[in-house]
Write a protein that binds this ligand. Sequence first.
Ligand SMILES: NC(=O)c1ccc[n+]([C@@H]2O[C@H](COP(=O)([O-])OP(=O)(O)OC[C@H]3O[C@@H](n4cnc5c(N)ncnc54)[C@H](OP(=O)(O)O)[C@@H]3O)[C@@H](O)[C@H]2O)c1
Length: 256
Amino acid sequence: MKAERLFNIEGKIALVTGSTGGLGNVFAKGLAENGCTVILNSRSRKKVEAQVKEFKESGYQAYGYAFDITDGEQVKGTVEQITEQVGVIDILVNNAGINLRAPLEDFSDEDWDKVIGINLTGSFLMAKYVAKEMIKRKSGKIINIGSMQSELGRPTITPYAASKGGIKMLTKGMATDWAKYNIQVNGIGPGYFKTDMTKPLYENPEFDSWLCSRTPSNRWGETEELLGALLFLSSSASSYVNGQMVYVDGGLLSTV
Ligand SMILES: NC(=O)c1ccc[n+]([C@@H]2O[C@H](COP(=O)([O-])OP(=O)(O)OC[C@H]3O[C@@H](n4cnc5c(N)ncnc54)[C@H](OP(=O)(O)O)[C@@H]3O)[C@@H](O)[C@H]2O)c1
């Protein structure tokens, strides 16, 4: 079969959470450029509206819904609204996430709840409500965004690592429950990419040189380098791939 047909996602409806951020914006653009109608999201109405405007000016089909993925009622209501106003979501990218840094012994209970709430519970809530229509239809793609911390610890970000390790198992669990409905649930584990989240890291020359020497490719990733995995997992090219994490990391996880 020709790659063109195998990877074709034209006409699909795709929702990317946290699309106004660095990687979410790249994921949403990649899906829109390949013919999807994209639903843009973050908690900020202003940012979402600006992004919808920019996407439309580029000729993309885009809608915006500002809501907080940690609020089950808002998630349920908005997913129902999207289904009614735009259509059934074919592709869900659970991308929204945060990282808070502190030594574990000083990490506040409140910040722990924030990190787990957005990174893990938010992904569960989104998938639960989006999957309801996918189950009825017997088709769908869910892509959960993990991290190197789905596999590795790192000082001062243990709650983040717990949430991203959780994403790996949430992915496997969702695949276990929903594969029978022809829903493929997989994850992407990005290595290090320059976004607002990693600003404290790439602005730190010590971290920058440590990372480049630690990564077999000897460099940071370019955000567009995540699109190959995204298109694979969004299309019928991955119709028998389920519960897997695809790490896009310049080889970082493969070496010590
Ligand atoms: N950058 C990297 O190198 C890297 C590496 C591995 C994994 N990741 C993962 O990739 C994802 C995106 O990271 P990024 O670097 O692009 O981060 P970012 O630039 O900080 O963007 C995060 C996005 O999530 C949104 N968001 C946060 N909380 C939300 C909530 N409760 N409801 C809805 N939206 C929310 C933010 O918008 P508002 O704050 O306006 O709501 C923003 O649009 C995250 O899951 C992150 O863990 C990133």
